[in-house]
Design a protein around this ligand. Structure first.
Ligand SMILES: NC(=O)c1ccc[n+]([C@@H]2O[C@H](COP(=O)([O-])OP(=O)(O)OC[C@H]3O[C@@H](n4cnc5c(N)ncnc54)[C@H](OP(=O)(O)O)[C@@H]3O)[C@@H](O)[C@H]2O)c1
Length: 171
């Protein structure tokens, strides 16, 4: 089987803040759509907290969760995911190993902060959304500029009262 690209995908503010009280501190539809389109039909790895926040978002909106494989990391041995095509593991290492077995195109480490911190060493590529401004946050993305040095894409955007840019970096 072909080896997949291991990517990380994150939206952050200018201080690398990514979340506050279990939620993303901004609501940018275009960014959510970008996440959906990039990950559709592929494999995502999420910490249990982020997985539950994504589930809650879709349950509230009534929309179906996009078709993709979900690998959830938790220390809870009895954890059950309500989704088909989902797998529960107890470490990032096991998540990456499993992802390489089931995915041949691209694997997305999708957060949150604990999962990014543990997963950054495995990633080849980083999809960033950098939102202009400083938000109230309690979770941050790790330092990445010394790791992902090659910028391969950048696009400036303005929507819904936010200014942001999509950036893609490689190691
Ligand atoms: N802006 C963005 O792009 C973005 C993306 C994703 C998430 N977020 C935000 O990030 C925040 C959540 O991040 P977080 O760091 O609190 O949580 P997280 O990484 O989503 O999940 C943490 C959980 O993962 C499990 N876990 C972590 N390390 C583990 C290990 N070594 N072995 C086994 N299980 C492990 C544990 O689950 P158990 O407790 O079940 O054992 C832990 O409580 C939220 O605010 C969310 O909105 C932002």
């Amino acid at each position: 089987m072909k080896k997949p690209t291991i990517s990380m995908i994150v939206a952050m503010d200018e201080n690398r803040g990514i979340g506050y009280q279990g939620k993303i501190p901004w609501h940018i539809k275009e960014d959510l759509l970008r996440f959906k389109h990039l990950t559709l039909g592929k494999t995502v790895i999420m910490g249990r907290k982020t997985f539950e926040s994504v589930l809650g978002y879709y349950q509230k909106s009534g929309r179906p969760i996009p078709e993709r494989n979900h690998i959830i990391i938790t220390r809870d041995r009895n954890y059950q995911s309500p989704l088909e095509n989902s797998f529960v593991v107890d470490s990032i290492e096991k998540a990456i190993r499993l992802a390489k077995r089931i995915e041949e195109k691209e694997v997305f480490i999708s957060g949150g902060a604990q999962t990014f911190a543990q997963g950054i060493k495995y990633a080849d590529k980083l999809y960033l959304t950098i939102v202009d401004g400083e938000f109230k946050t309690d979770t941050v993305f790790p330092e990445y500029k010394h790791i992902f040095k090659k910028k391969i894409f950048e696009e400036k955007k303005e929507a819904e009262d936010y200014r942001f840019r999509f950036v893609e970096l490689m190691k």
